[in-house]
Every structure is written in C-alpha cells, then in structure tokens.
Ligand binder design. Structure first.
Ligand code: SAH
Length: 472
C-alpha cells in the first residue's frame, strides 16, 4: 500500500487550487461540494464562477497575479489540475513548506492522490490503485455502486442520530453492536432504506427496552463458496460471510474467499483431505450446534454447493434435531463452474438432454455405481472425486456399452488461477486424469465435451465434427 486512504476535513483551512480548463473546474466542484474554502488561481485567466450558487461562490477566493507566488498562509492542501509546468513548480513550493500537494496525473510530484469516490451522503467509499490505474479504480467503484442500497447513507445518518441515546442505554460495546446489527437487518433498517426515516424513528423510539434486542439467538448459515474464483460467490453468501462471528470452512475453500469475510470473524478449518483424517462429520455437527447455542452467527462454508456431495444434508438434519435456526445459501457447484470455464454446454438441444452428477471417490465406490444406468449417449455424466477411480470409471462405462470414442474432459482446479483442462476420449481416461497433476478435478463425459474450448483448440477438433455428425 503506497497511499493510505484517509478522510480529510477541508473546513480546517483553505485549499489552493491552481489550474485551467475543465480539469480545474471539476476539482473546484469537488472541493466546494466537500465544504472547502478554495483559493483559486486560474492559469488560463478564466476564473468565471457564475455556475456555482452564491453560498459556494462565497467560499472562493480568487488569486490574482502569478499563481506560483500565491499566498500559502493557512493553506492545508494544494491541488494542480491542468496547470502544466506550473504544477511542478507548485509541487516544489508545497514540499518546501510541508503542505500536501496533488499534481493531477503526476505521481512523482504528488504527496497525495484522489481516489474514485462513491458518495452516498454519510457513507463515502474511496477506491484507489496507488495511482496505477484510475480506470480500474472506476470499475471497482461502479461495482460498489451497484452493490450498495441507494439509501445506505441515510442508514448511517439515522444511526448517527440515535447513537448517543442508545449508547446511554446499552453501555456494553458488543451488546450495542448486536443491537445495531439487529436494527439494520430488521424492519427498522428496511424502513430507512425504503425512504421512511420518520417511521423508522418512531419504531426505534417505541422500543422500550433495547437490551431485549441484544439477546441474540445463534444461527447457522450453510454457504456454498463456489469452485474457487471468489467472484463466483453469491451476493447472499458474501453477506453471510460479512455478518459471521465464526466460520467453519473446508479445505476446498480458497483463501481469497475467506479474505472476504468480516475481519474479526473467527476462522476454523474443519477440512478433510483425501487420505488424511479430518475431525469427522459428527464433530463438525457438534461445533456448529455449540456455536449457535452460544449465540453466535456461524457460517458453514463449503466448496461448490453445500448440497452437492457436500454433506450439507447431514448438517441440516443435525441442526434441525438440535432446534437450531439455519439458512442455506447455494453455491456454484464445481461441475457447473468447470463447464462454464471450459465452455462445455452440459445440455445441448437434442444432443445432450440429461445430466447425471455422480461421485466415484475410490475404485471401490466406482464399482458400486450402476453404470448400466449411464449408457444413454444423450446423457452428460459429471463425476466428482473421480481422479483416482478413473480406470474403474472407464471399465464400467465401456462394459455398459458406451463408445470408447465418447469425448471426456478432466477439469482440474476449475476457475482458479492454476486451472488445467485436458480432453480426449473415454478409452484414454486414466491417462488424461494423470496429466492434470493435482486435484481437485471434475470429469465430464459425453458428446458435449467435443464442443468445449480445450477440444476445439486441440488436434481432436477434427474428430469433433465426425462425432457430432454421427450424433445427428
Ligand atoms: N460441494 C462441492 C463438491 C465437494 S466434493 C461442489 O458442489 O462442488 C469434492 C470434489 O469436488 C473434488 O474431488 C472435485 O471432484 C470437485 N471439485 C471441487 N472444486 C473443484 C474445482 N475447483 N475444480 C474441479 N473440481 C472441483
């Protein structure tokens, strides 16, 4: 981090603005909107300010003569926008006096830079890239704009107004935090966001005993984290992560996703790796129940989707039995993530009309699969945990009558930066599985694999057209 984001109170003293044209005007507008008094040195001689209202104009002080010689008494910051060589000279003067200075588009002469700003009243978000790319900063800002409720600023104002009163009634900090979280997440928060601040005031006023709100009952949210790319987390999943007191996560959950959780949430790994013993499902169930019983908001974070080979069903049953409230947030399951990444349309009009998701953890599991149910050539078969059982899967499908030429793909570490996809035909399946090195990996078997990007980019592309013609 090269620049620390801070929020400046510009009413502390005048800001010197040196510059010309639209660039200087834009900064003048921004400064005036932030309540600043502006000493304005127009290097192009155009210091026309008739487009501002009288109150704003009263905060502008025009500088006559050479801007380099402008009076710096009490000046708290200097901005140069469209000032040309004057900017560099001003920066030298500012540094000599120890005044923070920004020369637009000139990192070497600036001691501070402007972020991209989301401005929702009391809620202001600043986005920076250390000056590397304002375009990226703007994109990030657009995303945040889209994510934030329009009246989020009103919500902050509302709480600000009530803070003192509530502080007096709930002296304990963590109780108070819980109280406010209840208010924000409940009907009162909804009223504010719907523009009904008066109703919200009345409702908050009507709460006789605010401490009744803080008797929080615990809660467990099962969240599907998706296959790896943190951007594939749902908005609902992200909210749950940001509300959590404690997160119980699997091995398959990438660190980038955990990074998006509330910073002071406790993180507990309950992962289990193939071949290595984990803490066991019963122990996980117990941890979830205990966390909720002690009033915590627990998140059970699982790779992919909680209900696809994720033992979510067992956890939910245990929670129900213990009388714990829970919620389930779906995630993008690995098979679907891999298919999208490699452009495998899991269904395709007339050519692939059904999908089977199955698990083949070990060769032993693969032997218990009823392969005869998977002979339909219009069925796409998506296999989880199938790498070590690749040989048995081939044997099973061939014995059931599937063609050795059936397209197959092995998609390892799908949607992660080190993703690797290998495609070929069913007869080569074990060899393909070996090529991806480490897991986790998904196998997809069926004609649609011949439509995938890795297939199109391989020498199999020729075979692809033959196969598709055969399927016509
Ligand atoms: N609930 C998870 C599946 C858990 S079982 C889901 O819905 O995706 C674990 C198996 O998922 C792994 O053995 C592998 O087959 C698959 N898997 C999980 N993440 C994966 C990824 N990023 N790429 C490929 N396969 C993955």
């Amino acid at each position: 981090m090269q620049f620390l984001p801070v929020f400046l109170d510009l009413r502390a003293g005048p800001v010197l603005l040196v510059g010309a044209g639209e660039l200087a005007r834009a900064k003048l507008r921004l400064l005036l909107a932030a309540g600043a008094r502006v000493r304005f040195a127009a290097t192009d001689g155009n210091d026309e300010v008739s487009d501002f209202d009288a109150e704003a104009v009263s905060r502008i002080e025009r500088v006559a003569g050479d801007p380099i010689a402008a009076d710096l008494t009490h000046v708290i910051a200097i901005l140069c926008a469209g000032a040309g060589a004057t900017g560099e000279a001003m920066a030298a003067r500012a540094r000599a006096k120890g005044i923070p200075v920004n020369v637009m588009d000139d990192l070497t002469h600036s001691t501070f830079i402007f972020p991209a700003i989301v401005d929702r009243g009391d809620v202001v978000v600043a986005v920076g890239t250390g000056g590397a790319s304002p375009v990226v900063a703007r994109r990030v800002r657009e995303r945040i704009e889209a994510l934030l409720p329009a009246r989020i600023g009103d919500l902050a104002t509302f709480i600000g107004r009530w803070r003192k009163t509530v502080h007096g009634r709930i002296p304990d900090f963590s109780q108070r935090r819980k109280f406010w979280e209840h208010v924000i997440d409940g009907p009162i928060g909804t009223m504010v966001l719907a523009g009904k601040s008066n109703d919200a005031d009345a409702a908050l006023h009507a709460i006789g005993d605010p401490s009744a709100f803080t008797e929080s009952t615990g809660f467990v949210t099962l969240v599907g984290a998706g296959p790896g790319d943190p951007d594939l987390l749902t908005i609902k999943g992200l909210r749950a992560l940001q509300d959590a007191d404690v997160i119980f996560y699997d091995d398959l959950v990438s660190p980038e996703i955990l990074d998006r959780a509330r910073r002071d949430a406790a993180r507990v790994s309950v992962g289990r790796r193939v071949g290595k013993p984990g803490i066991g499902q019963a122990a996980i169930n117990r941890l979830l129940i205990e966390a909720a019983q002690s009033g915590k908001r627990a998140v059970r974070l699982k790779g992919g989707d909680p209900f696809v080979f994720g033992r979510g069903g067992e956890e939910v049953a245990a929670l129900r039995e213990a009388g714990i409230a829970y919620d389930i947030v779906p995630g993008i399951t690995a098979g679907v993530g891999a298919a999208a990444e490699s452009e495998v349309p899991l269904t395709f009009r007339q050519k692939a009309t059904r999908i089977t998701f199955l698990t083949a953890h070990k060769a032993r599991d693969a032997e218990t699969v009823d392969w005869s149910a998977l002979t339909d050539t219009k069925m796409t078969v998506v296999v989880y945990m199938g790498i070590t059982a690749a040989e048995s899967i081939r044997t099973g499908l061939l014995a059931a009558g599937r063609s050795p030429q059936t397209p197959v793909g092995v998609f390892a570490r799908a949607t992660r930066p080190d993703a690797k996809a290998v495609v070929g035909t069913l007869e080569d399946l074990p060899g393909l599985a070996e090529q991806v090195e480490t897991g986790p990996a998904i196998l997809i078997i069926g004609a649609v694999v011949a439509l995938s990007a890795p297939w199109r980019n391989s020498e199999l592309a020729q075979l692809h057209s033959t196969l598709l013609m055969a399927a016509e």
